[in-house]
Design a protein around this ligand. Structure first.
Ligand code: BGC
Length: 343
């Protein structure tokens, strides 16, 4: 596809195709699946990127003209086309416990020991319940009302016992995610508010600082209806894999969002994936450099309260981008080592 046919990342997502970007145990595996929208509707969805029928990504990204590190094509395994993120042992590596550093995860075998190893102080699992995960001491679970389905009385009553903070809808501005109009999200908001918990905004896929964006409409609506939003949750994916460019772009986004809303920020998903180039994942080396520099940058921004890399856990059922920190057996990727040392 010629670049001129690529839509801007601000274009609303189409409904008829999806891309599953997968990496299995150190090998990049990418599967393109056209048609069907079924996987894209709930907290168990395992789709890292969505593209239209032409393979055009519809998830936000930074700008990049970098060459693909991962080829896009039919499902395959073990092609070794991208550098292998080798596991490492914890011995001899530095570990930092940080109040900002968190884990965005789907449950996996060694989740408890990995949480304990990582130095994170909080985690979430895109769900209202910890899904059976017994968090180690010092690691706080933060429930999420992922979408409209979870905004029911029973679930909202249950989350009150699971902590003092609640995360709102996940990428409601994105059709393959919680897919809510600003007014639909606003109509549900009093139910979340009624928990009395400290409340994070819906986490937009992009545009948190832009006039007229989904998020702008939600926040303006919340203001005029007198609703409470205690902090801003947002996501960011960088398509420029140069470390300093990526850190600058992320910093600018965070700063613009703070300047506009003056509320503390939780960056609940972030990584180096270029969704404007067919969902290309940065190499492990580029990711390691970025994990180090981005966490250092955010540790220095007082208005960034929390951050969590996408993602802490290994790929689910063969899907997901090669940005994993911990493997199924609790061993770490190079990015996991860097994240463990961060903060
Ligand atoms: C989705 C979640 C999913 C997670 C990890 C998020 O973008 O909203 O449902 O569990 O990715 O796969």
């Amino acid at each position: 596809m010629s670049p001129s046919h690529r839509p801007s990342h601000r274009r609303p997502p189409p409904r008829h195709a999806r891309l599953i970007l997968a990496v299995c145990a150190g090998f990049a595996v990418v599967a393109l699946s056209v048609g069907g929208w079924a996987l894209a509707s709930g907290p168990d969805r395992d789709v890292a990127a969505v593209v239209d029928a032409n393979g055009v990504p519809v998830r936000p990204s930074g700008t990049s003209s970098a060459q693909p590190r991962v080829s896009i094509g039919p499902a395959q395994s073990g092609t070794g086309k991208s550098p292998s993120p080798r596991a490492s042992s914890s011995r001899g590596t530095h570990r930092s416990v940080s109040s900002k550093k968190g884990a965005a995860l789907n449950p996996f075998g060694a989740v408890r020991s990995s949480l304990a190893d990582s130095g994170v102080t909080w985690y979430y699992d895109w769900d209202a319940s910890p899904q059976g995960i017994a968090a180690p001491a010092g690691v706080q679970f933060v429930p999420m009302i992922w979408g409209a389905k979870l905004a029911n009385d029973e679930t909202l009553a249950a989350v009150k016992g699971r902590g003092d903070t609640l995360l709102g809808f996940n990428e409601p501005d994105f059709e393959s995610q919680s897919n809510l109009s600003p007014s639909a999200a606003l109509d549900l908001w009093p139910k979340l508010q009624a928990t009395g918990m400290r409340l994070g905004s819906p986490a937009p896929a992009f545009g948190a600082a832009d006039d007229g964006s989904w998020f702008d409409q939600f926040m303006q609506g919340a203001k005029s209806r007198g609703y409470r939003v205690d902090f801003i949750a947002l996501h960011w994916y960088g398509g420029d894999f140069d470390t300093s460019n990526a850190v600058e772009q992320l910093k600018r986004y965070l700063q613009r969002t703070w300047d506009r809303w003056h509320k503390p920020i939780w960056l609940t998903e972030y990584a180096l994936i270029n969704f404007s180039n067919g969902a290309e994942v940065a190499s492990p080396e580029e990711q390691v450099a970025f994990v180090k520099a981005s966490t250092a940058m955010m540790d220095g921004l007082s208005f960034v309260e929390r951050y969590s890399w996408f993602k802490f856990s290994p790929p689910k059922e063969g899907g997901q981008a090669g940005t994993t920190l911990y493997n199924e057996d609790g061993s770490k990727t190079p990015m996991g080592d860097a994240y463990r040392a961060a903060g």
